[in-house]
Design a protein around this ligand. Structure first.
Ligand code: ADP
Length: 517
């Protein structure tokens, strides 16, 4: 209940409020409000000031929070992000906040640091790229094969030589486990050592060693020397990978075999005449008194013949080794008729003794060829000597020389030379081997004097003339050896018309018309 009444101090407003609790009436609260304007005004003022202070505090708190968010938290967040990016290797990171004061300085320094890091990074990348390019060029040009593996035996890098030796396609093996792609013979030898190296065992401690000599039958039948090396980290502590170096030693192996074969052949060939000479001289020395004059003469003749054979063999070996060395020979313009005629003159007597006709068939006005006179003389001597040796009395041996039509028309001109006989001929299965050193058909068939080196010398000399020697032969009919020599390109030496001829004449019992040398 509200009631107003007048008091000597002015009007008073009474407010009565009944007080109840749990349905029980407890009493009445009576409040009298003094209407004194001074008191009211002062209480209003107090209330207004309190509200103003409260609002200003809140406004300041809100303003402070906004300022904090704009001026401190945002730059710090940006800085944090920037540092994270730099740590992740993104050196392009910059912070773009126009701030002054200490935070502004911090941002400036951060940007400078990022710029420096970026330039170092670019420099490093350039250097690394250059180093990588150098290494790749080196890898691709070295004669040895190179394969790089990681510690899980996966192929990281291969060079063309390794790809060729192992018959790999580069893309096919990259990233593959090496043991899946190695040829079987290599895999068998390398599996264990590779595992040992990958587990950190140093190469020199490997039980089987870190160097292997392996023959790869497929695809090219090559012999290789393989070297395994571990790639260590910069502190040389832990294994980072395995480097495999592959050297193709096929040629070395072949040369060694050929050398041993040659030495064993020479010793064998030398031993036979030496043994013969020794035994005949010993017999003469010990039993000379009991031998007749005829026997003594026969023994001496045999010893003499054997000495000749020995001298021939030694000369042939020396000739061949001189030809096979890198000795430089002088090549001039040679009138081919001259060494041919000289050879025929030398063999004339021998041919007459054996009843063999010598034939010279040289096209008139042949141009000079590029050659070495002495070497060509040796070729004709060896071929003519063989012709006479393997032809029976009544047979013929001929030398022909004629110009070939150049092919193509403006190409170099050649003179073809053929040495033919009507002798025993050479079985097709022996035709390839007769040019090998010490190969003699008569080792199996008959025994005629010879060293088995004559045709090797011929082949070598003709190869020195940038040409090849060929043969056409039929057993019982005869043999023709032929080769081409290059005409010296000199206008004045060119004859009127070249003869058109591309294949050598087949050996026949009818050789060209005889022109006695
Ligand atoms: P050799 O000094 O033994 O004659 P070569 O190298 O000159 O050695 O010849 C090798 C072999 O080739 C001879 O042993 C012979 O079997 C065969 N041969 C060479 N020329 C002829 C030929 N004109 N007719 C038949 N066989 C030949």
């Amino acid at each position: 209940m509200v009631r107003q009444h007048l008091t000597p101090d002015g009007e008073v407003t009474d407010v009565f409020v009944p007080l109840n609790h749990d349905g029980k009436y407890l009493g009445v609260l009576a409040i009298g409000i003094n209407p004194n304007p001074t008191v009211v005004t002062s209480s209003h003022l107090t209330r207004d000031v309190t509200i103003a202070v409260f609002i200003s505090i809140w406004a300041m708190v809100i303003l402070g929070a906004v300022f904090n968010a704009l001026m401190i938290t945002k730059p710090i967040k940006e800085l944090l992000l920037g540092v994270k990016n730099i740590a992740a290797g993104n050196f392009k990171q910059r912070i773009d906040l126009p701030l002054g004061g200490e935070l502004g300085e911090l941002i400036l320094n951060f940007n400078e640091m990022a710029e420096r890091l970026e330039s170092y990074d670019e420099q490093n990348i350039e250097e690394l790229t250059a180093e990588k390019a150098k290494l790749e060029t080196l890898m691709s040009t070295i004669a040895d094969g190179a394969v790089l593996l990681d510690t899980n035996m996966r192929v990281i890098l291969t060079n063309p030589t390794a790809q060729r030796i192992f018959g790999w396609d580069a893309h096919q093996v990259d990233g593959q486990n090496i043991l899946y792609v190695l040829p079987d013979s290599v895999k068998i030898e390398l599996t264990r050592p590779l595992y040992q190296l990958a587990s950190g065992q140093p190469p020199h401690e490997l039980k089987d060693g870190a160097e292997f000599r392996i023959t790869i039958p497929e695809p090219t039948n090559r012999t290789v020397r393989i070297l395994l090396t571990t790639v260590l980290d910069q502190y040389r502590e832990s294994v980072k990978g395995i480097a495999i170096t592959v050297q193709d030693i096929t040629r070395e192996v072949e040369l060694n075999e050929a050398k041993s074969q040659f030495i064993s052949n020479v010793s064998h060939e030398l031993r036979t005449p030496l043994f013969n000479i020794k035994s005949f001289i010993e017999t003469l020395h010990e039993y000379g008194d009991s031998l007749s004059e005829l026997e003594k003469r026969e023994f001496l003749e045999t010893a003499n013949r054997e000495t000749d054979r020995l001298a021939r063999l030694v000369n042939d070996v020396l000739d061949l080794s001189r030809l096979e060395s890198n000795k430089r020979y002088q090549f001039d313009a040679v009138e081919i008729t001259q060494p041919i005629e000289q050879t025929l003159r030398t063999h004339q007597l021998n041919a007459r003794d054996k009843g063999i006709e010598l034939i010279q068939d040289i096209e008139p006005n042949l141009p000079p060829v590029r050659g070495n006179y002495d070497l060509l003389l040796q070729v004709f001597t060896n071929l003519m000597g063989n012709g006479l040796k393997f032809t029976s009395p009544g047979g013929k041996v001929a030398i022909r020389a004629y110009r070939l039509e150049p092919e193509p028309v403006d190409g170099p001109c050649h003179v073809r030379v053929e040495v033919s006989d009507t002798g025993i001929g050479i079985d097709p299965e022996d035709q390839k081997a007769i040019f090998d050193r010490f190969f003699r058909v008569e080792n199996r068939v008959h025994t005629l004097e010879g060293t088995g080196l004559g045709l090797s010398i011929v082949r070598n000399i003709i190869e020195k003339h940038q040409s090849e020697v060929h043969l056409v032969s039929e057993v019982g009919i005869g043999t023709t050896f032929w080769f081409d020599l290059t005409v010296v390109p000199e206008k004045s030496a060119l004859p009127d018309q070249p003869v058109s001829q591309t294949a050598p004449s087949k050996p026949t019992s009818e050789l060209p018309a005889s022109t006695s040398p």
